[in-house]
Design a protein around this ligand. Sequence first.
Ligand SMILES: CC(C)(COP(=O)(O)OP(=O)(O)OC[C@H]1O[C@@H](n2cnc3c(N)ncnc32)[C@H](O)[C@@H]1OP(=O)(O)O)[C@@H](O)C(=O)NCCC(=O)NCCS
Length: 170
Amino acid sequence: MHLRPLTTADLPAVVELERQCFPNPWPLSAFRRELADVATSYYTVTIDEGRLVGYLGARVIQDEAHITTLGVDPGCRGRGLAKHLLLDLIDHGLSRGVVRLTLEVRDSNWAARKLYESLGFVDIALRRKYYQDPVEDAVIMWVHDLRAPEVHAAIEQVRAGMQPAGSGEW
Ligand SMILES: CC(C)(COP(=O)(O)OP(=O)(O)OC[C@H]1O[C@@H](n2cnc3c(N)ncnc32)[C@H](O)[C@@H]1OP(=O)(O)O)[C@@H](O)C(=O)NCCC(=O)NCCS
């Protein structure tokens, strides 16, 4: 298994996976628009034996990264794929001077909220009825400073529990 940048050739597979991950998935045009903004977009995919099984998207603007989407093939969940994608974004961000991370997540999405919390994200606000189908509030989560000792420690604890990319199954 390995990570690599998302290319336009991956878009049909990403759109299919997005449909499996979200009740109101982004259409192909939304991914195309994101990729077209080469100055800010950071999109990565996880490949397992030639098959696309995970993806993460973010916008990196100055010292802030906004995570726009994250999905893992239902058959591959619970194996650390999302953690690898997020650690890769964090490393990329840190190398470019990113200090803050932000995202929105469905209030009821406990799996994702636990994942983000483990990496130092905290809830900072609720955006009422942000999502449709079904209507639901968004929790806005935030890492205020990637360099803060407690955030750094959380990230390194997650990293320490991972198989490094390129070894074993990866
Ligand atoms: C959320 C999602 C991306 C997690 O992907 P994943 O590859 O299974 O996650 P990982 O294996 O890296 O798990 C990382 C952590 O997430 C949390 N987590 C993941 N699945 C969980 C579950 N079913 N219940 C509780 N916590 C869970 C745990 O904290 C886990 O760490 P642990 O294994 O040390 O306990 C995946 O479930 C998914 O694609 N969901 C649908 C799309 C979605 O909700 N995206 C996020 C939108 S904001």
